[in-house]
Design a protein around this ligand. Structure first.
Ligand code: F0G
Length: 416
């Protein structure tokens, strides 16, 4: 049976124990499987004939076989071969794994379907999280589906409108905290310790990470049982890059893939403690006290899963890079205009990072690369509108519309 294990001192906890930090050394936990447990699960080949989705991988998820899952049909997201962007950047083979195609528009749904299923299995009645927006939208939706009470803490004034509207319409109790994400997370950690009946579903909860590891599994399956050379991922609280690495590592241990990708984390330059630690070769991170970036989803100064992320990046021979707000917004526009993919600014940081790392010569032009875009562009319509050309307003007259479209000039030229 699977169990929970401290990533530092190795202390073990039962799969049904509600514990977020190691009681001995206070580090974070991960889910481990008994020797041979996943290999045994693999023998049941039925899963391979089911469509791509998080629950296709149910045998590799730490929930009981009798549990009724809470699902909105998450996973199975598009794996786009991006030939136009590849040409633009000068690469041979480039894919975008577009997680905005999940039910609430971000990769968080992969973690929430497993996290909320576990919450129901544990018999809890209320759930909580702190969020820069997407986690709260996702938790609110899955809590609604499961009939659980839900509260979300978000930084006041700094979350994108689409995400706020989601949390509100799904019926969560929305608390705006005067402060940033790090302060909100600190508050929910204390709250969930004090009120043990409220189940915490930030990515510190290792069941969330189990759901998100399916992103790694799925990429292998979409590449016909191969790993790419490199995965480029936006990094905020650092759960996702750790989860994707866990997925690839497990498939590698099961011999389903022969190689492992270089995990490459991208952070916004105003919120980049992990990228700085990687660049400085440091064993720990230095939290950023006042993180700032237009990519509000990753405006995080003290990522809770930093140690898992540093391990994933270093163990895989990957790297980390920072990108400026301008680079992020230019990449967002480029992806939309050459590939027809509209992603939110944080998601576009993986594309901005790709461009920078190719220019710096860190990425070889022959590498097979997958960029993960983490959330849908409609999450943050304000930023998209602000950075695009304004619509032209005209009277409902053909000649005015022709003029606005530049058709009058063409007619004049042809008449000459
Ligand atoms: N991209 C998007 C769109 C996100 O919403 C997040 C995280 C990330 C990337 C970074 O992922 O935290 O696992 O490193 N959003 C969280 C939230 C923090 O509250 O929605 P990470």
């Amino acid at each position: 049976m699977a169990y929970q294990k401290c990533i530092k001192c190795g202390s073990e906890y039962g799969i049904d124990e509600i514990v977020y930090f190691c009681k001995k050394c206070e580090d974070i936990l991960e889910i481990k499987f008994e020797q041979g447990e996943l290999a045994e699960a693999l023998k049941d080949r039925k899963w391979r004939n089911t469509p791509l989705s998080v629950w296709r991988y149910r045998p590799f998820m730490p929930v009981s076989v009798t549990t009724k899952i809470v699902t909105l049909n998450e996973g199975g997201t598009g794996f786009h071969s991006c030939k136009n962007l590849a040409k633009h950047v000068g690469l041979r083979e480039l894919y975008v794994k577009n997680e905005g195609e999940n039910p609430t528009g971000s990769f968080k749904d992969r973690g929430m379907t497993v996290g909320v299923t576990k919450a129901v299995e544990l018999g809890v009645k209320s759930v909580i999280c702190a969020s820069t927006g997407n986690t709260s939208a996702s938790l609110a939706a899955y809590a609604a589906k499961a009939g659980l009470q839900c509260a979300v803490l978000i930084p006041s004034g700094k979350i994108a409108y689409g995400k706020l509207s989601q949390a509100m319409i799904y019926g969560a109790k929305v608390i705006q905290v005067r402060g940033n994400f790090d302060e909100s997370l600190d508050a929910v950690l204390k709250l969930s310790e004090k009120h043990r009946s409220i189940y915490l579903l930030n990515s510190i909860n290792p069941f969330r990470i189990e759901g998100q590891k399916s992103l790694g599994y799925e990429i292998c399956d979409q590449l016909n049982q191969e790993a790419p050379d490199r995965i480029i991922v936006p990094v905020g609280n650092a759960g996702n890059i750790s989860a994707i690495w866990k997925g690839f590592s497990e498939f590698n241990e099961l011999d389903l893939i022969k190689t492992l990708p270089k995990m490459t984390g991208i952070q916004a330059s105003g919120s980049a403690p992990i990228a700085h630690a990687i660049k400085n070769g440091s064993e720990t991170i230095v939290p950023v006290a006042a993180p700032e970036t237009v990519a509000t989803a990753i405006r995080i100064g003290a990522p809770v899963s930093w140690k898992k992320a540093l391990n994933a990046i270093r163990d895989s021979g990957g790297t980390a890079e920072t990108v400026t707000d301008d680079e992020i917004l230019n990449a967002q526009k480029l992806l939309a205009r050459v590939e027809g993919l509209f992603v939110e600014p944080a998601s576009a940081s993986s594309i901005a990072g790709l461009i920078k790392l190719v220019e710096n010569g860190v990425i070889d032009r022959d590498e097979r690369i997958v960029c993960v875009t983490t959330g849908h562009g409609l999450k943050d319509p304000d930023t998209a509108v602000k950075m695009s050309e304004k619509p032209v307003e005209v009277d409902a007259e053909i000649s005015a519309i022709e003029e606005a479209l530049g058709l009058k000039k063409q007619v004049a030229i042809m008449a000459r």
